[in-house]
Design a protein around this ligand. Structure first.
Ligand code: BES
Ligand code: MN
Ligand code: ZN
Length: 498
């Protein structure tokens, strides 16, 4: 799907030939002297339409308007939240098979965040997963034109949001694929496919390399499965070679049965989503490919299945992690932290400026925060604040959780340096404390997306979160390093002064 941004007022929208014209009308709408303005004025007067968010009115081939379908949608005060609400309320219009080209026009001046909301709303409304359901009515919407009065004021937000859409959709696609269509090897293929974009490289390691690295915890999880594990290393090199990268580590359990500590049967299918952390890393790289910012990013994905088998790890088994620390596996269902801990140790090789891991790690986090906010744990206040701000700005919310040392008490055991589980209370936090033992001397954050990465029920499917948050955070880093290195920029652009 393609997006375009165009200077367009209500009078211009009148002559836009398209299958669907959406006119976003705010409460401060001032009518002009065109056919559309007349329509809106009449509808408002007759109380058939209202500019409150969520209110809308649909029309077919209205007189004097070039569009075949017209939808008037209220956006209240024109804020991002109201635009999101408006776009969600008219989602069905974007799903129509005959709607290939849509124009979404702001009837009054549009805030940058409102434009982003319109872009994301149109994508969200028309997304269809078809990979294993070929008869599903695929997305027919091919082009969406966003019409605003002042293109320059919103161009950055527009570019950013269309890139995030590409990233979110890549993450959703891989998140949604069932485990037999998203094995560790296929995930590696999805990462490799990204190298067709400039500045992206990918290295994939299998059991021999991972064994040589001494990743005993990661290998322990994989040993119960017939699918060979993969350690995926993505690199995006947009910054100077001397610039320390941000490392993103995504949990890539392509299916989590729980292993010998097996999970109950009900809703176990949803454990195909246990690689949504990995999918979010792929999604971020997809967005970076679009945006080409001046930063360096490394993506690490430890990918394997967690299966019960004659070779599977057993409760009580002790394994040695890459860090040298030994781990008593008291519950084989706490496998995410086992694959992540070795990837976190490996992350230190890149001498990163920050390490972020993203994982569908604990059911406890779902109980704590539900599906609204991602659980965010950070060793560093500045990093925590940056993630919090990025979450708010991208409407991909998170909430900081504690990391007091007392929460690590339960991980103590007589048989190893640590156990892989503590008690049930505070389960999301003790999981984070476990991970923290594998990060040293670098700002680190852990995002527990167990509640936010997918939806259950009738709307079952991956959400693509937290791609929006992560891209926002990374672009903030790009802006900061830009500001810190004005000299380098001047050197690159000598023509301007000449
Ligand atoms: N992938 C699950 C976490 C999960 C469960 C996410 C349900 C979303 C919904 C993880 O591997 C897991 O099984 N965690 C256990 C940890 C426990 C054994 C300490 C959990 O949360 O029950
Ligand atoms: Mn598990
Ligand atoms: Zn899991």
């Amino acid at each position: 799907m393609n997006f375009d941004l165009k200077t367009l007022g209500v009078d211009g929208a009148v002559t836009e030939k398209c299958d669907l014209l959406v006119l976003l009308v705010s409460e401060s709408f001032v009518p002009g002297s065109d056919a559309l303005s007349d329509l809106v004025t009449q509808a408002l007067k007759a109380k058939d339409f209202d500019a409150k968010p969520g209110k809308h009115l649909q029309m077919y081939q209205p007189q004097g308007v070039a569009a075949r379908r017209l939808v008037l949608a209220g956006i209240g005060h024109g804020d991002a939240r109201s635009v999101r609400q408006a776009m969600a309320s008219i989602a069905a219009a974007f799903k129509q098979a005959t709607v290939k080209r849509a124009v979404v026009c702001f009837a009054s001046s549009a805030a940058a965040s409102a434009v982003a909301a319109a872009v994301q709303g149109a994508a969200q409304a028309s997304y269809v997963y078809t990979t294993t359901k070929p008869k599903a009515e695929a997305r027919t919407l091919a082009r969406v034109v966003i019409g605003v009065a002042d293109v320059n004021a919103v161009i950055d937000a527009f570019t950013h949001s269309t890139a995030v859409v590409a990233g979110v959709e890549y993450a959703r696609e891989w998140g949604n694929r069932p485990a037999n269509h998203a094995t560790p090897s296929l995930l590696a293929g999805a990462a490799k496919a990204l190298t067709k974009h400039p500045r992206i490289q990918c290295k994939v390691m299998g059991p021999p390399e991972v064994s040589r690295l001494g990743m005993g915890a990661f290998m322990a999880v994989a040993q119960g499965s017939h699918e060979p594990l993969r350690l995926i290393e993505l690199r995006y090199n947009g910054g100077a070679k001397t610039q320390a990268p941000v490392v993103l580590v995504g949990k890539g359990i392509t299916f989590d049965t729980g292993g010998i500590s097996i999970k109950p049967a009900s809703e176990m299918d949803e454990m195909k989503f246990d690689m949504c952390g990995a999918a979010s890393v792929l999604g971020v790289f997809r967005a970076l490919a679009e945006l080409q910012p001046a930063i360096n990013v490394v993506g690490l994905i430890p990918a394997c299945e967690n299966m019960p088998d004659g070779h599977a790890i057993k409760p009580g088994d002790v394994v040695t992690s890459m860090s040298g620390q030994t781990i008593e596996i008291l519950n084989t269902d706490a496998e995410g932290r086992l694959v992540l801990c070795d990837a976190l140790t490996y992350a230190a090789r890149f001498k990163p400026s920050a390490v972020l891991d993203i994982a569908t790690l604990t059911g406890a986090c779902v109980i704590a925060l539900g599906g609204v906010r991602t659980g965010m744990f950070a060793s560093d206040d500045a990093l925590a604040n940056a993630l919090m701000v990025a979450g708010e700005a991208s409407d991909d919310l998170c909430w900081r959780m504690p990391l007091d040392e007392d929460y690590a008490e339960g991980l103590k055991t007589n048989f190893a340096d640590m156990a892989n589980v503590a008690g049930r209370p505070g389960g999301a936090i003790s999981a984070a404390k476990f991970l923290q033992k594998f990060v040293e001397g670098v700002p680190w954050a852990h995002l527990d997306i167990a509640g936010t990465a997918w939806k259950g029920g009738a709307a079952k499917g991956a959400t693509g979160r937290p791609v929006g948050l992560l891209v926002h955070y990374l672009l903030g880093m790009a802006a900061a390093s830009d500001a810190a290195a004005p000299k380098a920029r001047q050197r690159k652009a000598p023509a301007r002064g000449a």
